[in-house]
Write a protein that binds this ligand. Structure first.
Ligand code: C2O
Ligand code: CU
Length: 462
């Protein structure tokens, strides 16, 4: 990976985060937004000579921050102004299956020039995101992603509520997307498409203006295609209060380190304790290197002398109040394939293919011996059935497994209701949940090249 400082360096102070989304029209009790997906140009820095050709929502990278209320219906009207089909998935929301945005499973692709009206009634507050689910290995890499916040009726008292959406891009020397590497078999069979240019909220090395004594809520999201983000905070007053949108027992991350796999989120509450006028770096650790990717800039004036001492606990969501039974329908999930994985063959579109034939078709990742979307669901259960996916990650790569429409417990962390969890190579573990949302739901790796390379399946709740 080239040193990111070899790229054009831009310092963007001030405005943080994509433009806040304002409702376009308000019916009584109904918030409505318009989201337009289009091709366009984006400047990754002030002094960038060549604008970068991207795909974006409402001409913003990432897309606008959408804030909607918990438990009430909001409408997002998607307009497809691209020259290819698309769809929007609301990552982590436990909503109606018909609104889940998976082309050919829950809706037809939205064709160029067409619109689709998404009705969202999220039962759970928290930090989520939205992104294209159509050719996501290209559309996500080109910019079709944004942050979605479901607001608590009674949010905890903080001085600032900030978004920190980290992404990586693969750009060439002219700051153009390296589109030639789309579909690269090397990426697909290894760790996925890793970028060489890091942004936070679409900016390079942004500064978050804070004041000593403040309490800040920082919503962290990894919206990259495939990179596991290993973040290092140099603040002592950090509490993690939510994981993948769901409240957790607050804890202090060890050594200030927070690891987010693609798709994962964490909400932090930070009591800002550094001295006025100083800067504290937020770093991205890659191998032995720590790159400063953002920072807290402390104003000369402290906000208050005494830190707030009200306890830190987000209001519970229905999702994290679910009680798992002790008996499950057990479903094995064997994850195989990839480079150095030793997979010899698998079933693709109903036929047994050897590894050479699979490589030709770019289908190199298998779940239970099947690559690509199976005709039959992995399992089909009646609503309310408790399911344990007993995972064996039997290959040489980590994978960020995501379940649509449900939150689950990864048995490694019994208190956390997640929608995306990382399995290290060789790891065994269970993803346990109550299948309580009727419809057809995907399970896939969120390293989207792995999904495209075959690591996806689905289940049905009747
Ligand atoms: Cu965030 Cu199926 O994806
Ligand atoms: Cu994967």
């Amino acid at each position: 990976m080239p040193n990111r400082r070899q790229f054009i360096k831009a310092s963007v102070a001030g405005l943080l985060g994509a433009s806040l989304f304002r409702p376009t029209r308000g019916h009584a009790n109904l918030t409505s937004f318009e989201l337009s997906a289009s091709n366009g140009q984006f400047m990754f820095g002030d002094d960038q000579e060549n604008a970068t050709q991207v795909m974006f929502y409402n001409q913003s990278i990432p897309g606008p921050v959408i804030r909607i209320p918990q438990g009430r219906e909001s409408i997002v009207q998607l307009r497809n102004s691209l020259d290819e089909p698309t769809s929007v998935h609301w990552h982590g929301l436990r909503i109606d299956n018909a609104m889940d945005g998976v082309p050919d499973l829950t809706q037809p692709p939205v064709m160029p020039g067409q619109q689709f009206e998404y009705h969202l009634t999220p039962p759970d507050a928290g930090t989520y995101w939205y992104h294209s689910h159509m050719r996501s290995w290209a559309q996500l890499a080109l910019g079709l992603a944004g942050v979605l916040i479901v607001e608590e009726a009674n949010p905890p008292r903080v001085d600032q509520d900030l978004v920190f959406a980290i992404d990586d891009w693969r750009l060439d020397r002219e700051m153009q997307m390296d589109t030639e590497s789309f579909g690269s078999m090397h990426d697909w069979s290894h760790g996925g498409r890793l970028g060489n240019f890091i942004t936070i909220n679409g900016e390079t090395e942004p500064s978050f203006e804070v004041a000593s004594g403040e309490r800040v809520r920082l919503r962290l999201l990894n919206i990259a295609n495939a990179r596991i983000m290993n973040l290092l905070f140099n603040e002592s007053g950090i509490s993690v209060v939510a994981i993948d949108g769901q409240p957790v027992e607050a804890f202090t991350p060890e050594d200030g380190r927070i690891v987010l796999a693609p798709g994962q989120r964490a909400d932090l509450i930070i009591d800002m304790t550094a001295d006025p006028g100083t800067r504290s770096a937020i770093e991205l650790v890659i191998g032995e290197y720590a790159y400063e990717v953002a920072g807290f800039d402390y104003s000369q004036q402290a906000r208050r002398a005494q830190l707030l001492d009200t306890p830190i606990r987000l209001p519970d969501n229905p999702a994290n109040k679910i009680v798992l039974p002790t008996e499950f329908k057990r479903v094995p999930l064997l994850m195989q394939g990839g480079a150095m994985g030793g997979m010899r063959g698998a079933i693709f579109e109903g036929r047994e293919l050897d590894i050479r034939e699979l490589v030709q078709r770019q289908k190199v990742w298998a779940l239970n011996g099947i690559v690509g979307m199976p005709a039959e669901p992995l399992f089909s259960v009646r609503r309310g059935t408790a399911v344990s996916l007993d995972v064996h990650n039997d290959n040489n790569w980590p994978h960020a497994m995501h379940i649509h429409g449900h939150h689950f417990i990864h048995d490694r962390n019994p208190g956390w209701w997640r929608d995306t969890t990382l399995f290290q190579r060789g790891e065994r573990g269970a993803m346990q949940f109550v299948a309580d949302n009727p419809g057809k739901w995907l399970i896939h790796c969120h390293m989207v090249e792995h999904m495209a390379g075959g690591m996806l399946t689905w289940f049905e709740v009747t």
